[in-house]
Design a protein around this ligand. Structure first.
Ligand code: THU
Length: 133
């Protein structure tokens, strides 16, 4: 594991504290590294009617894109029971993978953390044969 990954996991763990998840009680944090070195974080935000709920990864991406960022290097994602320590991996959902695909190439790194160690995957690995226009 490299220093950048450690730094992103730490930022994702901090971001997770802002999760609003009164329905699932599953809190997720994400930290997105832009090509210029800036980091945008996000946490999941739930809504009682469910479908407007937004994942942590998309909060981070949309915050960054709204600030004019378009090039991204990596994202760290951590998730687990609200108020509990992380003890398993939280791979991004399919919708978030498609959002990543909108802005990132297949080398984009997705860093997952199980509470003890991190592992790095690529978008090409997690979303093969992706749709795009
Ligand atoms: N969630 C994320 O934030 N990211 C994912 O990639 C998977 C799921 C959130 C959405 C919802 O608030 C909760 O986790 C349970 O599905």
């Amino acid at each position: 594991m490299n220093n950048t990954a450690d730094k992103l996991v730490k930022a994702a763990l901090e971001a997770r504290a802002a999760s609003y998840c009164p329905y699932s009680h599953f809190a997720v944090g994400a930290a997105l590294l832009c090509a210029d070195g800036t980091i945008y974080s996000g946490a999941n935000i739930e809504v009682s009617s469910h479908s407007p709920t937004v994942c942590a990864e998309r909060v981070a991406f949309f915050r960054a894109v709204h600030e004019g960022k378009r090039k991204f290097t990596a994202i760290a994602v951590v998730g687990g029971g609200e108020g509990q320590e992380i003890d398993f991996l939280c791979p991004p959902c399919g919708v978030c993978r498609q959002v990543m695909s909108e802005f990132c190439n297949e080398d984009f790194e997705i860093i997952l953390f199980d509470g003890k160690k991190s592992e790095i995957h690529t978008l090409g690995e997690l979303l093969p044969l992706r749709f795009g226009l």
